[in-house]
Design a protein around this ligand. Structure first.
Ligand code: FAD
Length: 288
């Protein structure tokens, strides 16, 4: 099913992200994780694409396993290190396997700055995907602006360009302060962006994740969360419980304020996704 159709029914949707293994011999384990998370019946499941486009086959293998559970898969696809013919080949394989949803991304720039690509920005990939067949195309957006953007306005102008290239839905970078998302949604509305936005929530259950998450997302860590990470740094079970509680509270606040699409960055930990889904069980039954 196309994700644009799933998101158009006005209900609350929780989707989940999984990542494929770096090495081929990890596919069986990643597939088991994906199947376990699919058992929680998320509205759809996204499968990330290895940095620098190194492992497209692994993304498709895990996406096919998701498809076989009956949950709709979403394949991430990056372009910054790719040629048109490579992207064409991945899209063809997706079509042959009934995978119609793509999250079109530029990908992070390589550390050595050496770019060999037919694409500079995700907007070019989005146009190219549409030229290759009938796909439902999503893209990334950044409540706190992409770290390379000169300003929040420049970031929003670029997002508008991306949406105009043919985006059916957006997924946000993780954020830890809902005020940032509400501000972003207001600015997106003013910029004329009308496609559904899935709010990206990352449950942080390991103190080591904190610094990494901040670095990756450029996210502001609220003092309230910093205190949790500090206090429970040496108590893993307590940190897991606190991280789940913090993410649950964020989601409850989002839903209470009318945000209906939530995307959980599961970090391939089914027990964390399950705990959050259980915490929300009654909330997800409430009509929007
Ligand atoms: P773009 O939309 O191309 O934007 C990149 C930068 O260029 C931004 O600063 C933007 O404002 C600017 N820009 C865009 N268009 C123009 C223009 N025409 N002129 C000037 N500036 C412009 N990475 C992976 O490797 N694999 C994944 O699976 C993956 N999944 C992700 C999922 C989500 C939901 C998110 C939020 C990120 C994900 N990433 C992934 C990381 C992503 O690849 C990086 O954040 C990357 O640096 C930017 O990708 P983008 O598609 O947003 O790029």
């Amino acid at each position: 099913m196309r994700i644009s159709e799933i998101l158009s029914d006005g209900r609350i949707h929780i989707s989940c992200e999984v990542f494929p293994p770096k090495k081929f011999d990890g596919i069986a384990q990643a597939t088991r994780v994906a199947q376990e998370i699919a058992g929680l019946q998320p509205s759809f499941m996204s499968v990330t694409y290895g940095a620098s486009g190194s492992t497209p086959g692994h993304t498709l293998a895990v996406a096919k396993a998701v498809r076989d559970t009956g949950v709709t898969p979403l394949c991430h696809l990056t372009c910054v290190q790719s040629s048109r013919s490579h992207v064409q080949q991945v899209l063809r394989e997706m079509q042959e396997n009934g995978l119609e949803n793509v999250l079109a991304l530029r990908g992070d720039l390589p550390r050595d700055g050496c770019i060999q690509t037919d694409f500079t920005y995700a907007s070019e990939l989005i146009s190219f995907i549409h030229s290759q067949g009938s796909f439902c195309v999503g893209a990334a957006c950044y409540p706190e602006a992409h770290p390379e953007s000169a300003s929040r306005q420049a970031d929003m102008d670029n997002l508008r360009r991306k949406v105009d290239a043919g985006v059916d839905f957006l997924t946000t970078q993780m954020f830890f302060d809902n005020g940032l998302l509400y501000n972003f949604l207001y600015r997106a509305q003013r910029a004329g962006i009308r496609v559904p936005v899935c709010a990206g929530i990352m449950p942080i259950c390991d103190p080591k994740q904190v610094a990494r998450a901040v670095k990756l997302s450029g996210s502001i860590m609220p003092p309230r969360f910093a205190a949790i990470a500090d206090r429970f740094a040496n108590a893993p079970a307590a940190m897991t419980q606190a991280g789940i509680a913090f993410a649950t509270e964020q989601i409850v606040d989002l839903i209470a304020n009318g945000v209906t699409n939530i995307h959980l960055y599961t970090m391939n930990k089914p027990w964390i996704a399950r705990a959050i889904m259980e915490n929300l069980s009654e909330i997800l039954r409430v009509d929007t």
